[in-house]
Write a protein that binds this ligand. Structure first.
Ligand code: GRF
Length: 209
């Protein structure tokens, strides 16, 4: 069993998808903590319901971004997880944390990267007029939404879409993609080769004779 930690800043529907996938035994992992920068995040309620410990590192109570990140890194180290998952964590992490957890931190983004990185990815897609967008799970590097891509899924954009309808359609796919990427990691099936993530074949289960 791998140990995973989720970082979320708000609603936490992706966090919930992870909790549900673990409870259905689709991910061979234990979630040993929710870390949030926002004491009002609904993700906290979800964690409490699932009996997952909550660690609040309240950004507003630190004098600087550096001080906040130092405290955050201390909490992440303390938790000694195999994998750290940014699931709607709304802050750009400093290079120190990213390097420290390189290859052990993934993020979900609501667009087909490298298109539309950063904030308001759904709005960016609508303004550009693309017919297809989607979601991407990627390892975190020191750029914005620029790390090696693990899983992507396409979602159609319709003429009558607004940001909400598009975000909702993408979110449904996020809830499938993120648990899938976590499962692959926990099964030891992800190999990073430069910019590329190779997905190794499933290991055969031995059948007792
Ligand atoms: C998702 O769309 C995710 O891709 C983005 O922020 C949103 C978080 O939603 N990074 P939720 O908090 O998981 O419901």
């Amino acid at each position: 069993m791998k140990k995973i930690v989720v970082l979320a800043s708000g609603r936490g529907s992706n966090f919930q998808a992870i909790i549900d996938a673990i409870s259905r035994e689709e991910i061979p992992a234990i979630c040993c903590g929710l870390v949030t920068d926002n004491p009002r995040a609904y993700a906290i309620t979800r964690a409490e319901r699932a009996g997952i410990p909550v660690y609040i590192v309240d950004f507003s109570s630190y004098p600087s971004k550096d001080a906040y990140e130092k405290a955050l890194l201390a909490v992440l180290h303390e938790l000694t997880a195999d994998l750290y998952i940014l699931a709607g964590y709304m802050r750009i992490l400093g290079v120190g944390i990213v390097h420290d957890l390189s290859g052990r931190m993934m993020n979900i983004h609501p667009a087909l990267l490298p298109a539309f990185p950063g904030l308001h990815a759904q709005r960016q897609a609508l303004l550009y007029g693309v017919k297809v967008t989607g979601c991407t799970v990627h390892f975190v590097d020191d750029g914005v939404d620029s790390g090696p891509i693990i899983v992507q899924t396409c979602v159609p954009v319709f003429d009558h879409d607004d940001e909400d309808t598009l975000a909702k359609r993408i979110l449904e796919e996020e809830h499938r993609c993120l648990p899938q990427a976590i499962r692959l990691f926990c099964e030891g099936r992800l190999m990073i080769e430069g910019r590329k993530v190779i997905i190794l074949p499933e290991k055969r289960k031995s059948i007792p004779s």
